[in-house]
Design a protein around this ligand. Sequence first.
Ligand code: PLP
Length: 394
Amino acid sequence: MNNKMYDLGNNRSIIRELFEFSKLQKEKLGSDNVFDFSIGNPSVPPHKKVTEILTSLLTNGDPCYIHGYTSAPGDIEVRENIAKDLNQRFKTSYNYNNIYMTCGAAASLCIVFKALTEDSSNEIIAIAPYFTEYKVFVETQGAKFKVVPANLDTFDINFVELEKMITCNTKGIIINSPNNPSGVIYNAESIKKLSMILKAKEAEYNHPIYIICDEPYREIAYDGIIVPHIPNYYNNTILCYSYSKSLSLPGERIGYVLVPNSATDHEIIYKACLGAGRGLGYVCAPSLFQYLIKEAVGLTSNISLYKENRDLIYTGLTTLGYECIYPDGAFYLFFKSPSGDSYEFMERAKKHNVIVVPSDPFGVKGYLRLAYCVKKDTIINSLPAFAKIIKEYE
Ligand code: PLP
């Protein structure tokens, strides 16, 4: 038996733990009386065309075709349409050979980490605060996981610490923007600065250092803020995408890895991704949802509803005296525990049936992550509870 796997199965992530706790509380108290901000499950339904396309596929499609295996990297026409859409939006020249269909961002990331690293002498670096599962994904593929401490002033990349952390063993840096959990978007200036540092380090160590950009929230950006397309700034970029959040399809497990031609050894990396997908058992991304994406490429769910939630919760909590990081994207709000202790706040909030996630597993102490991808009423009705909680600190 593999003890590490046992530990992973036996100790659920804190997010899943709180999600399960909140389900039990809802059964006891009624769902309107529990304010569950634990998990990033989209609350906005998929675009109505998603249902129309699926219905048409199921009604008119050949069942053996729509439910059958596609080729290992995914259906060619699906990949072609994704490439065309990216080319239109980002002025790139991708084709289907750059794209490998996967079972969502989690699979994409595991595949890329497996493809790029051989053993624990190879390092993958994340920038705090980071999505908690990165550590699990990197370490399960056998590589070493390292974390750049957060820039607590802006929650932008901490360039000084990043530069110190890169060694001759560094294979890749994970960049997640819009960021889970902070909601921050790294702007073009930051990406340029990051590229300069990485290029200098590549020259110093004489090998490529890849940016692995994890972009499930790419389309969830507010107020016209642009999310830079990182391959346009740094050649050695591999992109992991998912339709879980932008199209509200997290349960359907569909996404892709993009390996641009500009990346050093791109053909070798693409093949290693195929090998990693094969070795990890991700033989074929769900066919029905590949065919959906072929027609739904470029669509998103109604992002403006998340913006309304963002405005409501940010204004609501700051008015009550909470210190919040202003989220430009994704659907998370990061706020400071008034006591400086995130677990203490989490326990106190639970007593008021408010469920928020402590920041420590995201690599930053003393904050809470609130997932505001919930019904508007949940936010409105939770504010009196947040008011009572902060009063207890007076
Ligand atoms: N990366 C980030 C930053 C996430 O927030 C999530 C899910 O919440 C994932 C990856 C995994 O996404 P998927 O459902 O596509 O596997």
